[in-house]
Design a protein around this ligand. Structure first.
Ligand SMILES: *Cc1c(COP(=O)(O)O)cnc(C)c1O
Length: 431
């Protein structure tokens, strides 16, 4: 028989699950249990030795089931399947994206350290960096998509804390502007300030593009983080997060998760296993729909500018980076409507198929106004610098019929009254 390696989408229905251990059930039952019965006292002792790192694993030895804060079949099957997309050695699933992010930051930063992070980041992450990390003596320094390698290196050098740089944290593409950060550049910066004994870890929030369209570990990242609430869950019915990386990094993340106790529940894991079976078809349909929506918006007279990776200028630097780092433009679109908040709100209030809600990556289309909703807490100077204006609207494209999506956006735009100075000139319309 010839050797064959299955693609991740072919393994999402069965990988890591043995029906014979569950009465032949084709799908994993929900293991709604807090603890697991050891066959013998010797077995319990052996499991604890591994769980607490008291000795190394023997060849082919696996950690047995102990207690659902440490491990559970639903959690383990889910983690094994998530590893396939990013070709990661290990994965840990959390009860939210924020618990995944905060656990990583707490594990790899200590008092006196410096964190370098990309701006803008998700509002919750921004809050944790600016309001919690200072309490434990961690300083943070921002950079953005416009900064070159030299700019970033200089900023770290002049911070006075170059020898305490401990982590580079980047969210790319940035929410809500789709600005992209060069992961290989982050790796290079990390390596000039890190040493063999003191590695500067690079962590990437890949929620916008993963796990299908971008694989940060292959570009030099040490850690990939997801809000699994978004594309991975994909149905707006759960909150979860995930962290992936090599075995050594993940051992540290897992141990802290065990003691913070912020792992996902068996029920949430079971829902995510179901979501993963359709992950690729959902995301691809969302991306196909997004491409036609972006094109339609780009040609619409009431739209000033569209921020979509599929519309980058082919001779721009961002396009070259896009080609290197991503294999599709994704399904998140932002656009500047002509006018301001009044016009943006008129558009949002007239949508019928789209739901007016935050979050993203779900089967249904979602629309929101970043300046007054997801990014309401960001200071106005940063908002202005990042282009998060009162005109900006963010769309998360769903799996609905493309004609229906176009119809909905078209009819909502039609009902927007432009401010008089923004109306196209009559002569211009005639020619
Ligand atoms: C939603 C989101 C998070 C936070 O995840 P939760 O699951 O809501 O805790 C983090 N990063 C990005 C990019 C997100 O979109």
């Amino acid at each position: 028989m010839s050797k064959h390696t299955y693609a991740p989408e072919s393994l999402m229905m069965s990988f890591g699950y043995k029906p014979e251990l569950s009465e032949g059930a084709i799908k994993s039952p929900i293991f709604q249990t807090s603890t697991f019965v050891f066959k013998t006292a010797e077995e319990g002792k052996a499991y604890f030795e591994l769980a607490y790192g008291l000795r190394d694993k023997a060849q082919h030895e696996e950690l047995g089931l102990i207690y659902s804060r440490i491990n559970n079949p639903n959690l383990e099957i889910l983690e094994n399947r998530l590893c396939l997309w990013d070709k990661a050695e290990d994965c840990a699933v959390f009860e939210s994206g924020m618990s995944a992010i905060s656990t990583v930051l707490l594990e790899f930063l200590k008092p006196g350290d410096l964190l370098l992070f990309s701006s803008p980041v998700y509002g919750g992450t921004d809050h944790f960096i600016h309001h919690f990390l200072p309490k434990i003596g961690v300083e943070a320094l921002a950079f953005d998509a416009n900064d070159s390698y030299e700019d970033i290196v200089q900023r770290v050098q002049t911070s006075g804390k170059a020898n305490r740089l401990a982590m580079i944290y980047a969210e790319t593409p940035a929410n809500p502007t789709n600005a992209i950060i060069d992961i290989e550049c982050c790796r290079k910066v990390a390596d000039i300030f890190g040493t063999q004994d003191q590695r500067v870890h690079v962590a990437i929030d890949n929620t916008y593009m993963g796990p299908l369209w971008s694989h940060p570990l292959q570009h030099g990242a040490d850690i990939v983080i997801y809000s699994a609430t978004k594309y991975i869950g994909g149905h707006s019915d759960l909150i979860a997060g995930a962290v992936l990386g090599n075995a050594a990094v993940m051992q540290r993340v897992r141990v802290l998760r065990t003691f913070l106790g912020n792992m996902a529940s068996p029920n949430t894991c079971w829902l995510l296993l179901r979501s993963l079976e359709t992950l690729k078809v959902r995301m691809e349909q969302q991306m196909r729909n997004a491409k036609v929506v972006a094109q339609m918006l780009a040609n619409h007279p009431k739209v000033e500018r569209v921020h979509y990776l599929g519309l980058l200028e082919p001779d721009s630097q961002q396009y070259a980076l896009y080609q290197k780092q991503y294999n599709a433009p994704g399904a998140m679109i932002s656009f500047d409507i002509q006018g301001g908040e009044a016009q943006a709100f008129q558009f949002l209030n007239h949508l019928r198929l789209f739901k007016l809600a935050v979050s993203l990556g779900s089967t249904e289309g979602l629309a929101q106004h970043p300046a007054t909703m997801t990014h309401a807490g960001v200071d106005s100077a940063t908002k202005q610098k990042m282009g998060i204006s009162s005109q900006l609207i963010r769309l998360s494209i769903g799996v609905e019929n493309a004609e229906d999506i176009l119809w909905d956006i078209g009819q909502a735009l039609e009902q927007v009254d432009l401010p008089t100075e923004a109306l196209p000139k009559v002569e211009a319309m005639v020619v």
